[in-house]
Design a protein around this ligand. Structure first.
Ligand SMILES: Cc1ncc(COP(=O)(O)O)c(C=O)c1O
Length: 374
């Protein structure tokens, strides 16, 4: 069996700091039950000495916990940054394998799980994570079981089956799907749910690195991100902290905007009430399925990331997010998913209110393809 990168210093709890053995498969903190973080020994070297010329997120292998030689890869990341207006860009994650940013987390999680000896990979999903896990499991030769809500659009379900995964459809939301997997747990199962293992965030953080490189060594002023479980936000926040440690940037950060649907907005509600933790959302509903996460385990981390960067949180009405997705697709040629539509609607609202100023450079994330929702 191979090994994680030698730059892995330790694996510790994001919340209580308890250290965990990095040579075994870890899920949540054994002391307090909250998510774990991979802490890395980072070089004190400029970007040019760290990055390779590979056209995938593995160009940042020097700051990733899995060696390039051990990567389970389908050539993910290094997605286009497309300018769509004055000082506004779309980071187009629909261009990843399986059509969403979930590929970034899964290349890392599946690579690490294979190194550490996982025998079967399981996860509940709103759709995109399941498709990505099924593909990377197939690539790694590790069996996959995914559980999704019954009302998940068929293309997501068929995609997983096509990659040879076992698909279970469960009444309710992603939380119910997670409960089903826990109740039917097999001793071979390793749970790669959002933030329940520490490596998906390591893949997602490459979005923060890519923005820096694609803007020529600076960061934008505002980054707008649709939030479900929150790994996108948390990953970029981690990337920027690492970049400061390496001396690439000072203490300033892009203001992170967390966008949710009005029908399921636990992070927005907690942000507005001044709370440090989220409260499970009752009766969650939105057809932007990636945002239908009523009780994100990393909610406290999203709130930290938003507040530490001087950001904000916005809830978008259901019809506005679909309308915005269509408008952005029709005006730009980008294949915009409803979650990306929510981010675009939030951008328009924040620009109109003056929260985004005329000099701000803004990145709006289109997190996946819109095609699978039809
Ligand atoms: C297209 C899309 N956007 C955004 C999200 C939310 O991502 P996260 O759970 O990392 O907050 C998801 C999650 O399923 C998604 O599929």
């Amino acid at each position: 069996m191979g090994r994680l990168s030698s730059n892995v210093r330790r694996i510790a709890c994001f919340a209580c700091g308890a250290a965990h053995d990095p040579t075994v498969l870890n899920t949540l903190c054994t002391a307090c039950g909250l998510p774990l973080e991979v802490e890395l020994d980072l070089p004190r070297a400029p970007l040019s000495a760290v990055v390779s010329d590979e056209s995938s997120l593995w160009r940042y292998a020097a700051v990733l916990p899995v060696p390039r030689s051990e990567a389970v890869s389908l050539t993910e990341g290094w997605t286009p940054l497309l300018q769509v207006g004055d000082r506004v860009w779309i980071k187009d994650e629909s261009r990843n394998p399986t059509g969403s940013f979930k590929a970034r987390g899964m290349t890392m999680a599946v690579s690490a799980a294979r190194l550490l000896g996982a025998r079967r990979l399981v996860a509940p999903s709103a759709g995109n994570a399941a498709g990505a896990l099924a593909a990377y499991g197939a690539r790694a030769g590790i069996p996959v079981r995914v559980a999704m809500p019954q009302d998940t659009p068929r293309p997501f379900v068929e995609e997983c089956r096509n990659y040879g995964a076992e698909v279970v459809l469960v009444e309710g939301t992603i939380s119910d799907a997670g409960r089903w997997l826990a109740e039917h747990r097999d001793e071979d199962d390793f749970d790669v749910s959002t933030l329940k293992e520490p490596f998906r965030v390591e893949g997602k953080k490459t979005m923060g690195y890519e923005l820096f490189e694609q803007f020529g060594g600076i960061l934008p002023n505002v980054v707008i991100y649709p939030t479900g479980g929150g790994t996108g936000l948390v990953g970029m926040w981690k990337a920027w902290n690492e970049m400061e440690t390496m001396g690439w940037i000072d203490g300033r950060r892009p203001r992170l905007v967390s966008v949710q649907a009005e029908g399921c907005a636990p992070v927005v509600a907690a942000f507005e009430s001044g709370s440090e933790t989220t409260v499970p959302w009752k009766d969650p509903h939105t057809a932007a399925y990636g945002l239908r996460v009523p009780g994100p385990i990393g909610g406290f981390l999203c709130l930290r990331a938003i507040r530490e960067t001087g950001g904000t949180a916005v809830a978008v009405p259901e019809d506005a997010l679909w309308e915005a997705a269509h408008r952005l697709s029709a005006s730009s040629g980008i294949d915009v998913c409803p979650e990306g539509g929510a981010a675009w609607a939030a951008f328009e609202r924040l620009r109109d209110s003056g929260w985004i100023g005329p000099d701000d450079r803004v990145v709006v994330f289109n997190t996946g393809t819109g095609l699978k929702y039809r």
